[in-house]
Structures are given as C-alpha cells and as structure tokens.
Design a protein around this ligand. Structure first.
Ligand SMILES: NC(=O)c1ccc[n+]([C@@H]2O[C@H](COP(=O)([O-])OP(=O)(O)OC[C@H]3O[C@@H](n4cnc5c(N)ncnc54)[C@H](OP(=O)(O)O)[C@@H]3O)[C@@H](O)[C@H]2O)c1
Length: 226
C-alpha cells in the first residue's frame, strides 16, 4: 500500500519543493493551496490537489475527507502554509493580527486535530510543523509573525508529549530565511541574496519526515551569513 503525505501550501516556495521531492517517490500526495497555477508541475493519478483557503473549514474538510474516506491513512502531515509580516509593532492592525493568527496558527492546529484520529488509529504517523527561527527568538519588526510561530512551538511541544504514546512523531522545523515568494507580498523586503535555497531546506524536511525509530523533535536550520 502506498504511503500518504499531505502538504499544505504546496503551490509555492518551500511547500512546492517538498512536494516535488515526494512526487519522485512512491507516495500518494495530497496537496493544498489557493493558487491553482502553482500546481501545474503536479500531474499524476497519485496526486490530489485541493484548491482553497486553508482557513476555511470547507477546505480543511475536503482534505480530511480524502484521508479518512478515500485513502484511509495518513503517514506524513506537513503543516507548511503560512504568510509573513515584517512591520514595526505600532503599525500592525487588528485585521493583520486576525489574519496571521488564522493562517499561521489556527489553521494548522485545526487541520492537525481533524487528521489526528487517523494517525491514532494507525498507531503511527509524522506531523511536521514548518516553524521558523522566529519561533525560537524575537527579531525587530517581527512581533505578529513571531507570535504565531512561538504559538506553533508551544503547540508542537505539547502535542509531541501526547502523540508519542500513539507512536506519532511531531517534528518542528525552525528555518532561517529562505528565498521564496513569501517576501514578495511584504512592504519591508529583506535582502534575499544570502537566504537559503528552498530545495535544500526541503531536502532536510523530507529526510527527517521519512526517518524511523527516532524522533528529531526540533531542528534549527540557519543560513550561512558570510
Ligand atoms: N521564506 C522564509 O524565509 C521562511 C523562513 C522560515 C519559515 N518559513 C515558513 O515556511 C512556510 C512556507 O512559506 P514560503 O516561504 O514557502 O512562502 P510562499 O512561497 O509564499 O508559500 C506559502 C504557501 O502557503 C500557502 N498559503 C498561504 N496562505 C494560505 C491560505 N490562507 N490558504 C491556503 N494556502 C495558503 C500559499 O498558497 P497560495 O499562494 O496558493 O495561496 C503557498 O503555497 C511558511 O509557514 C513560512 O512561515 C519561511
């Protein structure tokens, strides 16, 4: 039986690179994202594409339905979808706070919860949380983004303790800057010249997702600054 991997935010950046690496392996891929064009590279009977906003229950339900009713298993869940925000604290609005909490924190928690019983029934599975170095330490102009990523750290650390009783691993990837489209939408844009290649970060994510017999709970991936 083919293993099943579900990747959110697979239409761009890191998630897309992770999906490409899994596509070359013998998995069923369930991919999610809003921008249909981002999925043009993915075309195979083993690939399901769910186009929609991950903050909507309707979108999450479509993903859960594929796992529970069509494939009846889930081996790897990669919670990757997210947005960035680099902005002085006093300029942040309540709408921005609501939006970033919904996408970066609430959606992965709710999706993981909805899929957890499938892994529990299997007594196996790996839940990957794409976090950030901003989930480990604060940086100027990152207050709201760091709030969501620190939230994910607490979520992952607590869930890991519950899940290990069911042979389910929770792996947090705390990455530094990666060259992706995340920064295109921001008004303050960092210099991406020394940021990491998303394919290289994706290789680490895929490698850790597929390990067995141990739990790489948290990994920090820093860029070389020189
Ligand atoms: N880039 C970095 O420097 C960096 C560093 C550390 C951690 N990260 C984390 O890595 C993850 C991926 O980011 P990235 O850098 O690859 O950025 P990206 O290229 O902008 O990709 C973000 C992905 O998330 C999806 N997404 C965003 N909002 C969504 C929503 N409401 N519903 C469904 N999908 C949504 C996007 O899909 P659509 O475009 O189709 O909506 C896209 O596939 C994020 O969690 C980010 O925080 C990034």
């Amino acid at each position: 039986m083919r293993k099943v991997v579900l990747i959110t935010g697979a239409s761009s950046g890191l998630g897309k690179e992770i999906a490409k690496l899994f596509q070359a392996k013998d998995y069923v891929l369930i991919l999610s994202g809003r921008n249909e064009k981002g999925f043009e590279d993915f075309d195979s009977p083993n690939i399901e594409k769910v186009i929609g906003d991950i903050t909507l229950k309707e979108t999450r339900n479509k993903l859960v339905d594929l796992v529970r009713n069509k494939y009846k298993r889930l081996d790897i869940l990669i919670n990757n979808a997210g947005i960035g925000l680099i902005q002085p604290f006093e300029e942040n609005t309540e709408e921005q706070l609501d939006k970033i909490l919904e996408i970066n924190l609430k959606a992965p928690i709710l999706l993981t919860q909805a899929l957890y019983d499938t892994m529990k029934m299997q007594q196996s599975g790996t839940i990957v949380i794409i976090n950030s170095t901003s989930g480990k330490q604060g940086y100027p102009n990152h207050t709201l983004y760091a709030t969501t990523k620190f939230g994910l750290s607490g979520f992952a650390q607590s869930l890991r303790q519950e899940a290990k009783m069911h042979n389910i691993r929770v792996i947090s990837i705390h990455s530094g800057g990666i060259k992706t489209n995340l920064y295109n939408k921001l008004s303050i844009k960092p210099d991406l010249s020394k940021y990491m290649d998303p394919t290289k970060v994706a290789e680490i994510v895929v490698y850790l997702s597929e390990t067995s017999g141990l739990s790489p709970d948290e990994i920090v991936i820093n860029r070389i600054t020189k």
